[in-house]
Ligand binder design. Structure first.
Ligand SMILES: O=C(O)CCC(=O)C(=O)O
Length: 255
């Protein structure tokens, strides 16, 4: 069995897999620095929102967080485990401050629909610090992506495992996997980027092609543009509807 086959098998059976050492240490440092600036800015602007501390639309908050959408290994795993046509549903962060949990510290799934034997969304977590038992490594229930309902809290914590891993690793999970961020019992904030991807025919949480600047979009390569939804835009006029095939806003052949 190849390493990729093993990863696929674990993704399908367990519902989550950690791929070690996908991101270079320098990149992780830069992502962390950008995220910390974004958290401080948001804290000034919107200190009282229900998910305070979570940065939304990270691709608009730093050039490395933007360029991450073109990362080749990330894109390859998304193609292999999900679909080459997937798009970003949401790109945000998950930080656990010292002695605290966060909005993700509740037992939850990242996709409300249960469709047996069908993956509609995939979750990505990019740890920017090591995930340890002490700093709140994510709890997950192996195989729970096959469950239509959330388990009771007691059952979840009795059987849950932890996503203990290192910064630079890549966590991929079926978005129906039941999971919960832990509580950080250390003195240092634990940061991560989280990306939820959906099928190309589904709606994104934000209208990224409209929300992003022209400059941000033009800095992206083919993969990044596809991920933000540039290949699934709706025509807003008959002129756009009748554009030649190579200029169409909603590219054909995407399942
Ligand atoms: O930060 C974590 O450990 C988990 C994040 C989470 O629950 C989520 O992204 O849905």
């Amino acid at each position: 069995m190849t390493e990729l086959e093993r990863i696929k098998q674990q993704f399908n059976t367990v519902g989550a897999v950690v791929v070690p050492s996908v991101f270079h240490a320098d990149l992780i440092e830069q992502l962390l620095a950008e995220l910390e600036v974004a958290i401080d800015e948001d804290h000034q602007l919107r200190p009282d929102v229900f998910d305070a501390g979570m940065v939304h639309n990270c691709m608009t908050r730093g050039k490395n967080m933007l360029a991450l959408l073109d990362h080749s290994a990330l894109n390859n795993y998304l193609s292999e485990l999900f679909t080459p046509h997937c798009i970003v549903y949401a790109y945000q962060s998950s930080s656990l401050p010292p002695k605290k949990g966060n909005y993700g510290t509740r037992i939850h799934v990242d996709c409300p629909r249960f469709i047996p034997d069908y993956v509609s969304n995939i979750g990505v977590i990019i740890p920017l610090n090591d995930f340890t038992l002490e700093n709140g490594a994510t709890f997950y229930l192996a195989g729970s992506h096959r469950m239509s309902e959330l388990p009771a809290e007691q059952e979840f914590y009795a059987r849950a495992q932890r996503l203990v891993c290192s910064k630079g690793d890549l966590i991929l999970f079926n978005a129906r996997l039941v999971h919960a961020a832990g509580v950080n019992n250390t003195q240092h904030t634990r940061h991560a980027l989280t990306i939820n991807l959906c099928r190309p025919y589904m709606r994104q949480r934000f209208d990224f092609p409209r929300l992003m600047t022209k400059q941000q979009i033009e800095s992206l390569g083919e993969n990044g543009r596809k991920l933000i939804g540039m290949n699934v835009r709706m025509p807003a006029s008959l002129d756009e509807f009748y554009l030649p095939a190579d200029q169409r806003l909603y590219k054909p052949g995407q399942e």
